[in-house]
Design a binder for this molecule. Sequence first.
Ligand code: OOG
Ligand code: NI
Length: 265
Amino acid sequence: MTQQVQALFDKIWQDYLTVTPSAKKIHQLLGSGGDVINDHVAYRTFNLPSIGLDKLAQHLTKLGYKACGDYHFEQKKLVAKHYEHPNDTMPKVFISELLVEEFSPEVQSIIHRLVDQMPADVASREDFLYSGTHWQVSYQDYQTLLAESEYAAWMAAWGYRANHFTVSINHLENFDDIHAVNQALKDAGFKLNSSGGEVKGDETVKLEQSSTLADKALVSFSDVEMEIPSCFYEFAKRYPMPDGKLYTGFVAASADKIFESTNAQ
Ligand code: OOG
Ligand code: NI
């Protein structure tokens, strides 16, 4: 099972690198061999029946992943769950879904128009978690989505692929402190997401996180090609619980700010 999980994430990583070239450079900057372990990978989707969070999760549960925490982001109109594998060296997965019915009729109709273009069985295909979009979207519709939800616009442009990978600082040989990681990234010219401060969370919530601002990559909209924010790289340091095991959950207040790593600057 572990080998299948590894093989799946190798494919997801290769696809992610095609639109996130900085991830490869950062991987080399922070790592010193085999020490870059993924804390987690994140996915986004719409809460429509054919394509909800559970449709993504089925690709993981069949490999032994189990649903753990539930999260709600009221302002962003999102809910999320995280999944863990019994082999704790496998990445956790954070999947969120947009509450489509809470948006304006115009935004809802654009989203339905996208999802209606998806082939019926596409969500159960083997390659779904690294398959990108299954629809055409105009730059105008992208802009309309962007005005109400950056998340909806990102989904319309990028679809089903890892939104980010996350370096586990706990496993790095050359770094132990998230501030030092951030400094090394900035010294090398990478831009960090500073929404809510560069470091989200602290030892009291058992999780510290930071992230780059998303790279930019070219998208072929139905009417025009444009460079827009693609995917980002995250850094996480986990602290032990009273029983000595590292905390494995997420922190909603921090996650709320991590979502903003794909905002346009
Ligand atoms: C997910 C943001 C939340 C975390 O680690 O808290 C998250 C997203 O941007 O889709 O990944
Ligand atoms: Ni994350």
